[in-house]
Design a protein around this ligand. Structure first.
Ligand code: 8DG
Ligand code: MG
Length: 339
């Protein structure tokens, strides 16, 4: 089946609301909500297609946009490439120029609407920020709190609480105190062998955990196929994957190669980090992916990818060009918040 190249737009206004439109009942995936856009024409440049579609469908003129997510999806009757752009500047008043209902909704509000199946990662990408901070190990809790306060003021919105020097119970105690103070300021991602029990708090797997859970799941499926009774929760592997999904809690994994990206995608993560893109201070001699390989790997998956390893906010536009959601980091993002 020939793949249809579709340009779609996550359009954000100055109140951070996102525009969605309802597809006509008779259309492919009709009656569902969508991000406005349509088919790229023969020989047309991607940006030109974006401008044309939004003029036709919404009566607006795009003035500022960048690629957000590029994915491939096969419906039973149609294969599409959804080439999604983030539009942050436009002239005119957006309206349903083809008679379609349109609505401005908050990023979290997108969860309340029904989209075509291909859109799940697009909704995630629309909800996730450009930068993903991982906390550096810090023995001084007051300094950690002061750093988080600065990160908040610097506009960081997604944070992984990582403190490798702490034991399980000390880490849990810290989580309680951090959530009490900063629970509403960031979307939190936690480490651990189990999904976090705090509502709305996400789970970030290490590459090693990802492989282990993956292997357990394959083993469980193999014994199921061989006719072994599979009671729910009877296998630790099955019990651990996937985590009970609350609408607001994210599931993510650290990936380092094509194999781990496939595992993460199959386990249904919301996003991944991919590393190391560049040599890092902590592992200066280690092999790194480089920009070209990072771009190839991002292109091979249908989910938001944060690039990690020697990167900071100054590499954001390069990361977007490579197709990434943005950059993840410890040092560069923590230092962005100032010491
Ligand atoms: N615009 C858009 N299309 C989507 C989304 N999700 C998704 O699966 N699609 C699919 C549905 C369609 O098969 C295809 C988009 O085609 P379209 O019907 O919008 O194309 P178009 O605007 O050029 O319309 P037309 O001239 O063919 O009527 O992509 C989405 O969020 N936005
Ligand atoms: Mg359309």
């Amino acid at each position: 089946m020939r793949r249809i190249h579709v340009i779609a737009a996550v359009i954000r206004d100055d109140q951070n609301r996102i525009l969605i439109a309802k597809r006509p009942d008779h259309a492919h995936q009709g009656g569902l909500w969508e991000f406005p856009g349509g088919k790229l024409e023969e020989g047309e440049q991607r940006f030109d297609g974006l401008v044309r579609e939004l003029r036709e469908e919404l009566g607006i003129t795009v003035t500022q946009a960048r690629p957000l997510l590029d994915i491939r999806h096969d419906y039973p009757d149609k294969s599409v490439r959804l080439d999604v752009w983030l539009v942050t500047g436009f002239d005119g008043e957006a309206h349903g120029a083809e008679g379609q209902p349109v609505r401005w909704v908050t990023a979290a509000g997108l969860d309340e609407y029904e989209f075509p199946a291909a859109n799940a990662p697009v909704v995630r990408a629309a909800q996730l920020p450009e930068c993903y901070l991982t906390t550096p190990d810090m023995n001084d809790e007051q300094a950690l709190f002061a750093g988080l306060q600065r990160a908040k003021e610097a506009g960081i919105r997604l944070v992984q609480l990582r403190q490798t020097q702490l034991s399980g119970s000390a880490y849990r105690g810290l989580v309680e105190r951090v959530l009490e103070r900063f629970g509403a300021d960031f979307r939190w991602m936690l480490k651990g062998d189990e999904p976090p029990e705090w509502p709305g708090v996400g789970w970030h797997l290490t590459g090693r955990q990802l492989r282990k859970i993956w292997e357990e799941r394959c083993a469980a499926e193999a014994s199921f196929a061989a006719g072994a009774p599979l009671l729910q929760g009877s296998s630790p592997g099955v019990g651990a994957v996937p985590p009970p999904r609350r609408a607001a809690s994210l599931f993510a994994a650290s990936c380092h190669d094509a194999e781990e990206l496939v595992m993460a995608a199959e386990l249904g993560v919301d996003f991944v980090t991919l590393s190391p893109v560049l040599p890092t201070q902590s592992h200066p001699g280690a092999t790194h992916l480089g920009w070209e390989r990072a771009r190839e790997l991002i292109d091979s998956v249908n989910m938001p990818v944060y690039l990690l390893g020697g990167l900071g906010p100054q590499e954001l536009s390069q990361a977007f060009e490579a197709g990434a959601q943005g950059v993840a980091g410890i040092r560069q993002l923590w230092e962005l918040a100032g010491e």
